[in-house]
Design a protein around this ligand. Structure first.
Ligand code: SAM
Length: 273
């Protein structure tokens, strides 16, 4: 394989994204770094070995996963201290996005070493774009908290966002999440994006209620995208305009032009009705 531009620096931890389904989705630069690395931290040594052997790469793998974060990060920092080229991969996607990698990044920076991130696969952006929802701005929540009360609070908070919200969800919890959201905001637009880049890739778009009732397979990997609340967006814009000293009537006129929504509706919103 030809060498890619850019030098590899010792004392830097390279975050290397790996495929989220389709094994072809790996960049030449990631393969180059993984081929040159003295040590690769891997969430699952078995999964990473399988991926790398496909490309005839056989770096030394050390385990870095949720259950050994303490000892795993010590081993990785020691490898950086010893002047090794060190990379990190997770089971899929970009290490640090909803996986234990994020903790290691903080520890490596605190220890005075550099971190570099190679661009590559993650479920987040394909999920967002396939949803068809506005992509800017968006809020990424990752997984919901496991605690029942906090989970519900988070769902309520999410439902009040004016921006598109992205969640990672597990197949055994998706029905509960959609049913809870159905109690909070049944008519809100949402999209369930399953099995990205795999043979059974699927997108279900509709209201929360419709997606809950759709007969999709409750297995595989999934991203849930919820549209922002349009009324909250309008209310916030209204407040901004009015705080600039404009009358309600003039504000409603401007907002009508911007949002293409009847002036009377704005006047009702501005009056909090
Ligand atoms: N680091 C990964 C990334 O960059 O997307 C995320 C790791 S997190 C442990 C795994 C979650 O990511 C899954 O539960 C799912 O929500 C999402 N995910 C990963 N691969 C996916 C895929 N092929 N299709 C849909 N969602 C996926």
């Amino acid at each position: 394989m030809s060498k890619t531009p850019g030098q590899i620096r010792k004392g830097t931890l390279y975050l290397c994204p790996t495929p989220i389904g389709n094994l072809e989705d790996i960049t030449l630069r990631v393969l180059y770094i993984l081929g040159e690395a003295d040590i690769v931290g891997a969430e699952s040594v078995k999964v990473t070995k399988k991926l790398l052997s496909r490309y005839d790469l056989h770096p030394r793998l050390v385990s870095y996963r949720e259950s050994n974060r303490e000892s795993g990060s010590q081993a990785i920092i020691k490898a950086l201290e010893d002047g090794n080229i060190v990379a990190l991969v997770s089971d899929s996607g970009t290490p640090g996005i909803s996986d234990p990698g994020v903790d290691l990044i903080g520890r490596v920076l605190d220890a005075g070493f550099e971190v570099d991130v190679l661009p590559g696969p993650s479920a987040l952006l394909p999920g967002l774009l396939l949803s068809g929802m506005p992509a800017e701005p968006f809020i990424f929540y990752g997984f919901l908290p496991p605690n029942k009360k906090k989970r519900r609070q988070t769902l309520e908070e999410i439902s009040k966002s004016r921006y598109t919200v992205i969640l990672y969800e597990a197949p055994h919890r998706i029905s509960k999440t959609l049913s809870d959201l159905g109690e909070i905001c049944p008519g809100r637009r949402c999209a369930l994006v399953r099995e990205l880049t795999k043979i059974h890739q699927e997108v279900i778009r509709g209201t929360v209620k419709e997606v809950f009732q759709a007969g999709f397979e409750k297995r595989g990997e999934m991203v849930l995208v919820l549209a922002g609340d349009p009324e909250i967006g309008m209310k916030e814009e209204s407040k901004k305009v009015i705080s600039g000293g404009m009358s309600r009537r003039d504000a409603a006129k401007i907002l009508e032009e911007n949002f293409n929504i009847p002036r009377q509706k704005f006047l009702r919103l501005l009056e909090g009705k």
